[in-house]
Structures are given as structure tokens and as C-alpha cells.
Ligand binder design. Sequence first.
Ligand code: SIN
Length: 193
Amino acid sequence: MTLDTTGLNRERNFFTTGQSLWLFGYGSLIWKAEFAFHERRPAHIEGWARRFWQGSHDHRGTPGAPGRVATLVEAPGSICHGMAYRIDADVLGPLDVREKNGYLREQVTLHFADGARTEGLIYLATEDNAAFLGDAPLDEMAYQIAAAHGPSGLNRDYLLNLAAALEDLGAQDKHVFELAKRAGDIQGEKRKR
Ligand code: SIN
């Protein structure tokens, strides 16, 4: 698969043109919306787990020293909490560019706190995309995140902002909270030296 998914995503139109649609954010899209939306509501999706297994060569790292950012892996029985936005379809063009490093639009069912559900979109980076890094020991991932930076800023800030946003939502995510703790410890060690 090509590293730039912008062209592929243009073909992935799951929703009727002209109507608003729901987008579910589980990574930076939770805390860094920077796009127009009609409303936003905390939501969750089922059967997916958030993992820092996607490489970032364009935002939080560089081609020579990629960072790690969030994607989702299939995990029956798991729940992934995030933020749902009702958007117009023309917002997807700029989002495709933002998410171009391996993410593809996918259709999922979103669940809201009041029990309502609806079909929505996610940007998903699967293991067959060229930027996928996959699993690694937690400390190794934390060191990589603590060291990486790119045009959008420090990789550590992506992680810590996500952890803070999940806490604000009252959401549990062991993987993210443990990584954030370790990345914070690494930063503390560096300051002491
Ligand atoms: C998302 O936030 O939903 C996709 C991954 C990212 O941009 O961090």
C-alpha cells in the first residue's frame, strides 16, 4: 500500500453526499479538532482497542525518526472511547490530507451514552499500511515517543494530550495511561541529568 492514502480515501464514500455524517475520533481528533462541526458528543465503538502502533513520519516524527501515534486494532469485547463529531462531507477533504500517512476511512457503529447508535466514519491505520510499526515493549515505545518530534510538534505532547482528553471523558485506557506515565518518567529522568 502507498504511504499517502489521500487518493484512496477520496473513493471511500460510505455516506450520501449532501448530508451530514458522524466522524469518530480516537486519537488527535479527540483533542485537536481544528475542523468545522455541527455538534460533538462523547461516544464509543465496540470491538476495537487503541494502540500506539502507527508510525508518524509527517506530524509527530520524520521519515528518518518516526514517532508513534494511535490506531485501532480489532479486539473482541473491548470498548474504545472517543469523541464523535457531526460534520459536513466537505470537511473530509482536509481530513484526508491530515490523516494521509496510512489511515483509511472505515465505517463503524458509534454508541452514545444515552444508548443511541449510528453509523459513522473512523480513520483506521491497519497493519498492511506502509507506516505501520506494530507492537513493541511498552518502554521501547515510550522512549521512541519521548524522543520523536515532527512538523506538528512533540510526539510526547500528542500522547499526553490524548491521555488528558481521555481522563476528561472519564474513559479508561490502560495502554495510553501506562505509556503516558512512562513517557512522563523519561522526561523527569532527563530533567534530573
Ligand atoms: C483519530 O484521531 O481518530 C485518528 C488518529 C489521529 O489522527 O491521531
